[in-house]
Design a protein around this ligand. Sequence first.
Ligand code: AMP
Ligand code: GLY
Length: 423
Amino acid sequence: MNILILGSGGREHTFAWKIAQSSICDQLFVAPGNSGTDKIATNVNLSVTDFEAIKALVLDKQIDMVVVGPEDPLVQGIHDFFLNDDAIKHVSVIGPQKEAAELEGSKEFAKEFLYRHNIPTAAYESFTKETVADGYKFLETLNAPYVLKADGLAAGKGVVILNDLDEAKAELKSMLVDAKFGQASTKVVIEEFLDGIELSCFVLTDGENYKILPTAKDYKRIGEGDTGLNTGGMGAISPVPFATEAFLNKIEERIVKPTIEGFKKDRLPYVGFVFIGLIKVGDDPKVIEYNVRMGDPETEVVFPRLKNDLVEVLQAMANGTLDKINIEIDERAATTIMLVSGGYPEGYEKGKVISGVETIEDSIAFHAGAIIKDGNIMTSGGRVMAITSYGETYQEAIKKSYQNIEKLHFDKMNYRKDIGFDL
Ligand code: AMP
Ligand code: GLY
């Protein structure tokens, strides 16, 4: 079968790497892709939200399955677009339909879903411009720190956590009244602050059955010791050492099962990946957020541990036969370290030549913000490349990644040297 992956990050290179190993896949396309996918698939330069261009490509290349990497096309309804068009409705789309993608597209929708299905999460209330004064009053009833979330998609920047009540009120006003995040902050969710360590759980579903993939932990802050600005993710580890069997059981019973049951009860059409952001409070898991896609850089450590043929798994998701699949996991740990452009997540320069990629041994370089230009691999984004390694322990895997990073170079290359420090 012919497969198209939408997206251009390290996550999509990892999907392509895994799918390219499948004997079921004939031709593999990635749109727009990067320098990593260029080596193992055919890159097609189009926007992941240009549905008409995607349709034309699907028809031209006789594509049988579209795997959606990022959330934007899902929240904009790419799956529905396919189902509503006779020419392409036979194509399998991996990713939920628009109504279900609201779990990531709207924080309020997600909170209402969690409450409706009694899934543990932080207490909250939501506010609009008209009710901003009630928002101030609600903040006064809470203890610091104050968690404010823009309701809609805000490129990962929509969550603000503040220690000072006056600052929190000012932030609320800025979001609601001054439209700090544009449309995304028309509504704001204010949440109880949860104190604990975070981890992520990845679930596959065909809408009826589910399978759980290995847990992972990512490192979101730019600075060592988890300091500084939030990024898309600076590194990841799988499995999560503190996620014991007893804790994983709690996640499955209290969170995964009611989530999948909730999709059915609410008639939310869901064929795809559910990324559940969790926080361990005491010994109990609580949900911080849902994402309707795989994580990046979590995919770079989760998929390397999946022994199954990924295309077989994706087909079972599309056909509603996930119960027939036995997920097999590599016992080894996997870790990834993200190389980023100097200045990221604020302003940074692009177009720097990346050298040393071919000298990497015993690690995998998943390309992210990198493209091929004039025969060179060049930086084209903030997060440039994720260096993944296996090890008997996560410490051993991390060591291998750092040894290989020594061989890589580009001007102003930056990375965190303490991934795993808190475990
Ligand atoms: P989100 O976009 O909802 O994942 O939030 C981004 C980050 O903010 C999370 O990864 C957490 O580190 C933090 N966060 C979100 N909600 C809470 C909460 N209720 N309590 C503590 N930290 C939170
Ligand atoms: N690494 C976090 C995310 O993919 O949203």
